[in-house]
Design a protein around this ligand. Structure first.
Ligand code: GLU
Length: 296
């Protein structure tokens, strides 16, 4: 018997809407990459933003994944169950001087084009009614993406001190994702290229918190003719169970994978097994976006 694979992958949807064709591509790529390596595939619900959560989205996402033949390992994890952990880490980062309270208003920051000018950096503000920002170092973080190649970002010049907890108490994605990926033992992150420019912030957090760095693979993002990401705001019909096989095949083609004519009569889990056996990341288009209109 061969040794069990150490690969652990995950799919981490946000329940702000239904799964759509763009999220299907991310789910499919992460699933196939994990299964082809003989690894585990975990499911994590990133439900950190109740005001933006769509009622019923969590169960709709689970139903869609099941209808499309995806089987995850173990129990699904919900980020909303881990708020205490995130808050403890934030408090520790603040006590250690890595993070600080900021009470700048949105209006005050308008003139700075998204790059925080450090106004509260040394001010020692009270955490009451304040956002918490992380002090970023004056250095470049780089990684070698398995599809996109080398990617670098200078955190202080391109990102600035970023928010890890909003003024209203909501925990930022960047912090939660790093803590959870490490806690769940994720070795490989496969997700959409819209998160490529979040990765350097995550590398910095991993370094700061002494957590391991996983491998990364960012798949092209499907965009609308107007250049917008496929998502709930821009016409994204939920994935219909009856469309599972044709949409899985379409997603496979978008990922550059070979398909067979006969597969159009196969069940979703048969498509997934076939695709697992034929998964080849060399065939994934090395670009950040793909126009939906150009997909076959
Ligand atoms: N929850 C994020 C999303 O739905 C994905 C996070 C990740 O894969 O790191 O866009």
């Amino acid at each position: 018997m061969s040794a069990p694979s150490s690969y652990i992958g995950r799919f981490a949807p946000t329940p702000s809407g239904y799964l759509h064709f763009g999220s299907l591509i991310a789910a499919l790529a992460s699933y196939l990459d994990a299964r082809a390596a003989g690894g585990r595939w975990l499911l994590r619900m990133e439900d950190l933003d109740p005001p933006r959560e769509m009622p019923g989205a969590q169960s709709a996402i689970l139903r869609a994944l099941e209808a499309y033949g995806f089987q995850w390992d173990g129990e699904m994890v919900r980020q909303s169950d881990r708020l205490e952990v995130y808050n403890e880490v934030i408090e520790k980062l603040r006590q250690d001087g890595h993070a600080y309270a900021c009470n700048c208003s949105r209006k005050q920051l308008q003139a700075f084009a998204g790059l925080y000018p450090g106004l509260c950096r040394e001010a020692g503000r009270d955490t009451q009614d304040a956002a918490i920002r992380l002090r970023v170092p004056d250095r470049t973080y780089s990684f070698n993406d398995r599809v996109q190649g080398q990617y670098s970002q200078d955190l202080s010049r391109e990102v600035g001190d970023f928010v890890i907890r909003r003024r209203d108490g909501l925990i930022a994605y960047q912090l939660a994702v790093v803590l959870d990926d490490a806690w769940q033992g994720i070795t490989d992150i496969v997700r959409g290229a819209d998160l490529l420019d979040s990765t350097p912030r995550q590398l910095f957090l991993q370094e700061l918190l002494g957590l391991p760095r996983p491998r990364y693979l960012h798949v092209p993002l499907i965009i609308q003719p107007d250049g917008h990401k496929l998502g709930k705001r821009y016409r994204s019909p939920p994935l219909e169970p009856a469309q599972a096989t044709p949409l899985l095949l379409r997603a496979l083609r978008a990922l550059g994978q070979t398909t067979l004519g006969e597969l159009s009569d196969a069940l979703p889990d048969e498509v997934l097994s076939w695709a697992t056996a034929h998964w080849d990341i060399e065939r994934i288009p090395r670009c950040r976006t793909l126009a939906e209109s150009q997909l076959r």
